[in-house]
Design a protein around this ligand. Structure first.
Ligand code: FAD
Length: 395
C-alpha cells in the first residue's frame, strides 16, 4: 500500500477548474494544502466565458498569463428573440464601454485553462498533489479523515469539496440537495466562419432554449445550443456539413458561412441547489455547490468566486488563530456564498422558464423586462454590472 499519511490545514477534493483554482488560492495563503485529483486529459472542447473579476482572480493566481493567448475578448453581448412567437422581446445589446470596461471578459478554451491551472499548481511548495481518487470521507468534531483509492490516508481541518455535481464530499457532510432536471440538453461545438465576429457574442433565444455564438481568437466561435434532448440527439448525429448548415441557419448567417470543427458534446441540463454551502468541516466549491443551465455564462464564474472566498476566509481564520473548519468559519463561508449563488440560480431559472413558457403573461413579462433593460440606460448598466459579478463584493 502506498501510504502517505499527513495532516493538512485544508484538503481540496476534485481537480476540475474550480477545485484547481481553490487549491492554488488556498496554498497561496500559506495554508498547508493537499489536492486529491486525477490528472486526466481534458475531455471536451468546450470554452468558458470568464467574466469580470474572474480574470482578476486568475491573474492573482498567476494563471491568466499562461492561457490568455487562447482567449477572445467579449466586448458586446446581443440578446435576440428568435422564438417566432406573437409576443417577442426587442433585441438587447450590451456594450462594455457603456460601463467603462475594455471587455466584459474573455472566452477561453477550457483545455488551455486547465493546462495553465495544472502548471501553476505544480509550482506551489505549500500544495501537495495526489493523483488519486477519494473513496471515503469521515467528518469528525476535530478533523476530517480521507482515504484514497491508492491507499493514502489524510487528515484535514477543512475539506474543500470541489468534486462536481455528484459530490461525495457533500454526501459525507450530510448536505441535502434539491435537483431539478430541465429536460433540455446543450449541444456544444466550435465553428470557423467567413465573416469576423467583431468580439460580439450573440445569444438567440429560441422556444427550446438559447443558442449562443461566443467569439474565439480568429474567425472562430464556440457554440452552446440548448434544445430538447430529442432534437439534440438528432443534431449531434448529423454530418459536419449538415450541422454547419443547421448552425448557419440558426445564426441567421450573421457570421457568414459556418464550418463546424471536429468534436461535439451533449450535456443534459439540470439545476442543483444544496441546503448549505458548508457543514461538518466541509465547504462546497464549484458544481458541488451549484449547477445551472448555461445561460449568461455564470457557472464557473461563480465557482471561481467560491474559490476566492474560501481562500480569503481561511486566510483570515488562520491569521487570527481560528480552526479553519470550525462552525463559525464555515458559517462565514456559507453567508459569503449564499446571496450570490441563490440570486443567480433564481434569475437564470426564471430566464429559462420564461423562454420555454407557452403562457402569454409569462411571454409578455419577459418582453417588457427586456424592453425596459434595452431602453433604460441606468437599468441596462445595472444589469451589465450585476451580470459580471454581484455588486456587493470584489473577488
Ligand atoms: C455547455 C456548458 C457551457 C458552459 N459555459 C460556461 C461559461 O461560459 N461560463 C461559465 O462560467 N460556466 C460555464 N459552464 C459551467 C462550467 O462548465 C462549470 O461550472 C465548471 O466546469 C464546473 O467545474 P468544477 O470544477 O466545479 O466541476 P468539474 O469540472 O465537474 O470537476 C469536478 C472534478 O472532481 C473530480 N472528482 C469527482 N469525484 C472525485 C473523487 N471522489 N475524488 C477525486 N476527484 C473527484 C472529477 O473527476 C472532476 O475532475 C458551462 C457548462 C456547460 C454544461
Amino acid at each position: 500500500m502506498n501510504e502517505v499519511s499527513g495532516k493538512f490545514d485544508v484538503v481540496v477534493i476534485g481537480g476540475g477548474p474550480a477545485g484547481l483554482s481553490a487549491a492554488i488560492a488556498l496554498a497561496q495563503t500559506g495554508a498547508k494544502t493537499a489536492l486529491i485529483a486525477r490528472r486526466t486529459p481534458y475531455a471536451d472542447n468546450r470554452t468558458t466565458a470568464l467574466l469580470g473579476d474572474s480574470i482578476e482572480l486568475l491573474r492573482r493566481l498567476d494563471v491568466w498569463r499562461r492561457c490568455e493567448d487562447k482567449a477572445a475578448a467579449l466586448r458586446t453581448m446581443r440578446l435576440v428573440d428568435d422564438t417566432g412567437r406573437l409576443i417577442r422581446a426587442p433585441e438587447v445589446r450590451f456594450s462594455c464601454d457603456e460601463i467603462g470596461l475594455d471587455a466584459f471578459g474573455y472566452n477561453t478554451e477550457n483545455r488551455a485553462l486547465m493546462i495553465a491551472l495544472e502548471e501553476r499548481a505544480a509550482e506551489l511548495s505549500d500544495l501537495t498533489r495526489l493523483d488519486d481518487e477519494t473513496v471515503t470521507i469521515k467528518t469528525g468534531s476535530a478533523e476530517v479523515t480521507i482515504h484514497t483509492r491508492q491507499g493514502h490516508s489524510l487528515a484535514a481541518g477543512l475539506v474543500a469539496g470541489a468534486d462536481g455535481r455528484q459530490s461525495l464530499c457533500r454526501e459525507a457532510a450530510g448536505i441535502e440537495v434539491s435537483r431539478h432536471d430541465l429536460h433540455q440538453s446543450a449541444l456544444t461545438f466550435n465553428v470557423s466562419h467567413s465573416r469576423p465576429h467583431r468580439n460580439i457574442s450573440t445569444e438567440f433565444h429560441t422556444a427550446q432554449g438559447p443558442c449562443v455564438f461566443v467569439p474565439l481568437p480568429g474567425d472562430r466561435c464556440s457554440v452552446v445550443w440548448v434544445m430538447s434532448p430529442k432534437e439534440a440527439e438528432r443534431l449531434v448525429a448529423l454530418s459536419d456539413d449538415e450541422l454547419s448548415m443547421a448552425a448557419e441557419t440558426q445564426s441567421h448567417s450573421i457570421l457568414g458561412r459556418l464550418q463546424v470543427e471536429p468534436g461535439r458534446h451533449l450535456f443534459p441540463l439540470s439545476i442543483l441547489r444544496p441546503r448549505q454551502f458548508a457543514q461538518h468541516r466541509v465547504a462546497l466549491v464549484g458544481e458541488a455547490a451549484h449547477v445551472l443551465p448555461p445561460i449568461g455564462a455564470q457557472g464557473l464564474n461563480m465557482g471561481l468566486r467560491d474559490a476566492a472566498d474560501i481562500a480569503d476566509i481561511v486566510r483570515h481564520a488562520m491569521v487570527s488563530g481560528e480552526d479553519p473548519g470550525s462552525p463559525p468559519v464555515l458559517k462565514r463561508y456559507d453567508s459569503a456564498r449564499r446571496g450570490d449563488v441563490t440570486s443567480r440560480t433564481f434569475v437564470i431559472d426564471m430566464a429559462n422558464r420564461s423562454l420555454l413558457s407557452d403562457l402569454l403573461p409569462m411571454q409578455s413579462a419577459r418582453a417588457v423586462g427586456l424592453h425596459l433593460v434595452g431602453s433604460i440606460g441606468p437599468l441596462r448598466r445595472l444589469a451589465m454590472r450585476e451580470g459580471l459579478a454581484p455588486s456587493w463584493r470584489r473577488v
